[in-house]
Design a protein around this ligand. Structure first.
Ligand SMILES: [Zn+2]
Length: 359
């Protein structure tokens, strides 16, 4: 059994110069993966734009229509490589952080499409696990609106797809992006068939994700937030996985585990202060892979969310792929850990346990 990988270069058409969520993220990552040679050991999946059905399972139809109209109403198809272009005429802003270009419609359909391809491959048993290197990211997109660089909820659409197409009854989504996965949370807030666990910096963008957001109605207890103060580093995230994600997952008994893999908590990342290392991220992925192997036949389906340092991100992705494929080369971390003691995370973990009634 192999590790599947999907990357669709169409994403290059969705990029705004100077914006942190830009094509250079994938350019630098792809260059490292190619130079390393790891791609030869993975199952490369083809990609196509996602059909609308799985997107409409988590988004309002009016928003989906509006997004298509807005993108296609932009006359000048921007060429991201042409830096002399008049960008005021080629981009529109859906919120202060979220741009769209004419090709953003297709790029966002292809981001969902890539993760759906991967989901099919893993859920059908053709691959053991996998990683979708897609952009734009998805976990901030709300059912009715774009937010925080995200247009469609990629992981939410894929989780629903795993349920509706592959008969998964219970799906666990772990989100270790440094920002709260507000969109994913909102899409499953009253749904006990999807356990959503987000580990994030707090207070920090998008300023949601408190301990008290535990789900509603039948979904109460199936939404778990770990809002950590800054600088908790690798030990804080590992403790969250071992002390909370692990027991909650064993009780929930998922049929598949999805990972919203944002690497923007790395200590070199410009958008956060959580100070994780590449080694730390690899350890988190390994814990989740072990958990998936213990609980659901190893079905760990990972998708890229954030990660904005153009040097750190490629090594985070390469190391994730090495862990998923049990590659003996191990972690690739030329940057090491940041100096100084990490801040303790135990208080938050204890508070979450108390809120959820876990001993
Ligand atoms: Zn993020």
């Amino acid at each position: 059994m192999t590790t599947a990988f999907v990357y669709d270069p169409f994403e290059r058409n969705h990029s705004f110069p100077g914006h942190p969520e830009c094509l250079e993220r994938m350019q630098s990552s792809w260059a490292l993966l190619e130079a390393d040679g790891i791609l030869d050991s993975l199952t490369r999946l083809p990609n196509a734009p996602a059909p609308l059905e799985p997107i409409l399972a988590v988004h309002d139809a009016a928003y989906v229509e509006q997004l298509q109209e807005i993108c296609h109403g932009i006359e000048d198809p921007a060429s991201p490589s042409n830096r002399s272009q008049n960008w005021d005429q080629t981009a529109l802003w859906l919120d202060p952080d979220t741009y769209v270009l004419r090709d953003s419609w297709e790029a966002s359909l292809r981001a969902v499409g890539g993760l759906l391809q991967l989901t099919d491959e893993v859920m059908s048993g053709a691959a053991a696990n996998g990683f979708a290197m897609v952009r734009p990211p998805g976990h901030h997109a709300r059912p009715h609106y774009a937010k925080g660089f995200c247009l469609f909820g990629n992981v939410a659409a894929a989780a629903r797809h795993a349920q509706q197409k592959h008969g998964a009854e219970r799906v666990l989504i772990v989100d270790f992006d440094v920002h709260h996965g507000n969109g994913t949370e909102e899409m499953f807030y009253d749904d006990p068939s999807v356990l959503f666990i987000s580990i994030h910096q707090f207070p920090h963008y998008p300023f949601s994700g408190s301990i008290d957001e535990v789900g509603s109605g039948p979904g109460e207890g199936f939404n778990v937030n770990l809002p950590f103060p800054d600088a908790v580093g690798d030990p804080g995230y590992l403790a969250a996985l071992r002390q909370l994600v692990d027991p909650l997952a064993r009780e929930f008994r998922p049929d598949a585990i999805f990972l919203s893999a944002g690497f923007d908590g790395h200590w070199m990342d410009p958008l956060s202060g959580h100070r994780l290392s590449v080694n730390g991220y690899a350890a988190l992925v390994e814990e989740l892979l072990d958990l998936a192997e213990a609980l659901c036949g190893g079905r760990l389906i990972c998708t890229l969310e954030g990660g904005y340092d153009l040097n750190a991100l490629p090594h985070c992705i390469l190391s994730t792929l090495r862990v998923l494929s049990r590659n003996p080369a191990g972690v690739s971390d030329p940057f090491g850990a940041v100096e100084g003691n990490p801040r303790a995370a135990d208080k938050v973990i204890s508070a979450v346990k108390r809120r959820l009634g876990i001993r």
